[in-house]
Design a protein around this ligand. Structure first.
Ligand code: B12
Ligand code: SF4
Ligand code: SF4
Length: 388
């Protein structure tokens, strides 16, 4: 028979491997989570996302992770909240950048937190294996709803903003699990809701994506729209402000995070702001080299340019000759997605003079999906290509 290690020893292994809290849950189905996922899918709030929506039954049944799975060790790794300075580059009231064409990157990607989390979970799995157990790491994977299993393990409550809120670490955490055939301690009590009457995340979300408690409308969530295929929806372009990757707003203003312990760890730091001009000047290869660790729709760099152009359009940097130069280049891009967003950016910055009749003719060539024509039409330019 397999000897079961002391739970405190497992916690110590986790702590030494850079994990900030660890608890255990059984493998019974996460029925509430399954109902929530199916409900959102039925109401179209998932915006066509796959992830756990692809197979909700499997994603909420940890016993399906492998035959004989009996317990799930769930761990949190906390990461640094964005600094105040990080947010000073945009003005929350107008949603436009104040410090030149810079794009903001969400905090969870400003260092390799997922890499560090996986490393920590691997250490825990190896420890269990040394006792003869089977142990597998599952994190940020379509096969398991991470927040639901963490809540079941008593690591926090699911907040209005849908985040797992740990009473001490707040929501600045990433979540992962080690599933094992070892039968570990009973799971602790689930924590009850700590949001109370607070509604800040809902009120402060720039697109109103959190109307109902704990329910996110992904069709309106900037974090999703930056990762979604197709054009960036026109009605949310101004609201994007200078966010280039991810969105942290519903966490920044959450009072639970005011008292959160800072998980200032030594994960390798990465860029927290991006020079938009440099991004738009980069080749496909350079872009994938630099930002390949991001989730980029279809792995196509034109989506990075699409997002950067929306940020540029919001940047109020119309007096910068470099902005004019890159916009002129983007208006002549071979990619219709890039041209159409460059039109929006140029016009939002008041640079109608960049789009004369000759440009309209060349831009609408090879526009198979009609993206360029639709954007020009939106601004009345197809009907009147001459006035500027
Ligand atoms: C798809 C996805 C997204 C989508 C959709 C997120 C969403 N809220 O649905 C998008 C791209 C928008 C996204 C954004 C972000 N994400 Co994300 N994402 C995921 C992923 C891959 C699946 C989530 C999922 O299944 N959603 C379906 C919904 C229904 O499930 P859920 O989000 O878990 O919601 C639960 C609760 O809301 C609750 N619930 C639902 N309805 C109701 C109703 C009531 C009344 C109550 C009380 C509860 C409740 O039950 C649900 C199931 O447990 C997970 C990884 C994973 N495998 O779990 C990461 C994950 C959720 N994301 C994470 C992060 C860090 C983010 C961002 C902060 C990144 C950023 N800065 O941009 C933002 C936060 C935006 C937000 N407020 O959610 C972390 C969350 C860590 C934490 N402490 O909570 C996860 C767990 C990744 C990880 N392994 O660490 N994400
Ligand atoms: S991530 Fe941003 S857009 Fe999405 S719900 Fe939170 S505040 Fe709103
Ligand atoms: S801002 Fe308020 S309502 Fe939203 S998650 Fe934080 S405590 Fe809950």
């Amino acid at each position: 028979m397999v000897q079961v290690p002391n739970f405190e020893d497992i916690k110590l292994v986790a702590k030494n491997a850079g994990l900030d809290d660890l608890s255990v849950a059984g493998v019974e189905p996460l029925t509430e989570a399954r109902i929530a996922i199916e409900d959102r899918k039925n109401r179209g709030l998932h915006a066509g996302m796959h992830f756990t929506y692809g197979n909700p039954e499997r994603a909420t049944d940890p016993s399906q992770l492998f035959e004989g799975a009996r317990s799930v060790l769930v761990a949190l790794r906390s990461y640094k909240a964005p600094s105040v300075g990080h947010f000073e580059v945009w003005n929350a009231e107008t949603g436009v950048a104040g410090g030149g064409p810079e794009g903001l990157v969400a905090s969870y990607v400003c260092s390799d937190e997922y890499g560090m989390l996986r490393q920590g979970l691997r250490a825990v799995a190896s420890y269990l294996e040394s006792f003869g157990a089977r142990a597998e790491v599952v994190m940020d994977d379509n096969r398991l709803a991470d927040r639901a299993i963490a809540a079941k393990a008593g690591l926090g409550w699911l907040g209005r903003n849908t985040m797992l809120l740990h009473p001490e670490l707040g929501s600045w955490t990433v979540i992962g699990s080690v599933v094992t055939d070892m039968s570990l301690n009973e799971e602790p009590e689930k924590l009850s809701d700590g949001c109370g009457t607070c509604r800040r995340c809902s009120v402060d979300c720039p697109t109103g994506a959190i109307d109902e408690f704990g329910v996110l409308d992904a069709n309106r969530c900037l974090a999703w729209l930056l990762q979604a295929k197709g054009i960036f929806p026109r009605q949310y372009r101004a609201a994007l402000g200078s966010r280039l990757y991810g969105c942290d707003d519903c966490q920044v203003l959450c009072p639970v995070n005011d008292t959160a312990i800072d998980g200032a760890r030594t994960a390798v730091p990465r860029e927290s702001t991006v020079d938009i001009i440099a991004l738009l000047d980069s080749s496909d290869e350079e872009l994938m080299d630099q930002y390949g660790h991001w989730y980029i729709p279809r792995r196509r760099p034109e989506y990075l340019r699409r997002n950067a152009l929306v940020v540029l359009g919001n940047s109020q940097s119309e007096d910068d000759p470099e902005v004019e130069r890159v916009l002129a280049n983007c208006l002549a891009s071979p990619q219709p997605l890039v041209r159409s967003h460059a039109i929006w950016a140029a016009l939002r910055l008041g640079m109608r003079y960049l789009i004369g009749p000759d440009e309209v003719t060349s831009m609408t060539e090879g526009d198979e999906d009609g993206l360029v024509r639709a954007e020009l039409d939106e601004w009345g330019i197809l009907a009147d290509p001459v006035s500027s």
